[in-house]
Design a protein around this ligand. Structure first.
Ligand code: FE2
Length: 239
């Protein structure tokens, strides 16, 4: 089989691009993000309106600057066995355009954990891939965009992000944050810096979320991801 990752049968097989504009597939994916942050509702929240504006203006500047591509080696994690199902679900949802654009680069995605230590059990249930950020694949110093995939019936432990403003956009599957509501495809959840959050996913289907991080350059290049064990531990780590 030519595709060792068993995903991305419809992926775009153009040569690895040097700059963003060499690869229409990556441009279209970024434009899908920009479109959602421009056209989606803020639900009457001033904070969400400001966040949407920050993300789309930064992203527009990234696209216009035609940044270098820093293609990483493609990598999978055990949870990516659920990726085809998440794509199938996403194609019938409100963000189907983003899902189709994501599928076009699916053979180039580098799935990772982002933590030095992943809690036992979670290594099979979660992974994320970056689309844009200081480490690429689309070089961007002031904005990180990516996707996070959860297996069904997953609890992603409590954590927070210091100095970083984060939004999750629901692409496929159903999930809850801090057990406060159920989010369906199209929903956007804003986590302001320092906000403690814990994610749970539905029992039968995987959950795919897009995310955007904005914050100071130095924090984005070394976000120092850590789970929040206790208040004392969080204070020690400054998170
Ligand atoms: Fe988070």
């Amino acid at each position: 089989m030519s595709d060792p990752y068993h995903i991305g049968a419809d992926a775009d097989l153009t040569p690895v691009p040097e700059h963003l504009h060499d690869s229409p597939s990556w441009v279209y994916l970024l434009r899908e993000f920009e479109k959602h942050y421009r056209l989606g509702s803020d639900g009457g929240s001033r904070a969400i309106r400001a966040h949407r504006k920050k993300v789309r203006e930064t992203l527009t500047a990234v696209i216009d600057s035609n940044p270098a591509m820093a293609q990483r080696d493609p990598a999978t994690k055990p949870v990516t066995a659920h990726f085809p199902r998440a794509l199938d679900l996403g194609k019938t949802g409100v963000l189907c355009g983003m899902v189709r654009a994501l599928e076009r680069v699916s053979d180039r995605l580098s799935w990772e954990y982002g933590y030095e230590k992943v809690p036992r059990g979670l290594e099979k249930k979660y992974a994320y891939c970056e689309i844009a950020g200081p480490q690429g694949p689309v070089r961007s110093e002031r904005l990180i965009l990516g996707f996070v995939l959860f297996a069904p019936n997953t609890t992603y432990p409590q954590h927070s992000h210091s100095d970083i403003e984060e939004s999750y956009v629901s692409i496929a599957g159903a999930w809850s944050e801090n057990e406060g509501a159920v989010y369906a495809p199209g929903s956007l959840v804003l986590n302001v810096p320092g906000h403690e959050h814990r994610i749970t996913t539905g029992r039968y289907d995987p959950c795919l979320l897009a995310y955007a991080w904005v914050g100071p350059d130095d924090r984005l290049s070394a976000p120092g991801m850590k789970f929040s064990r206790s208040r004392k531990a969080r204070m020690e780590h400054g998170i």
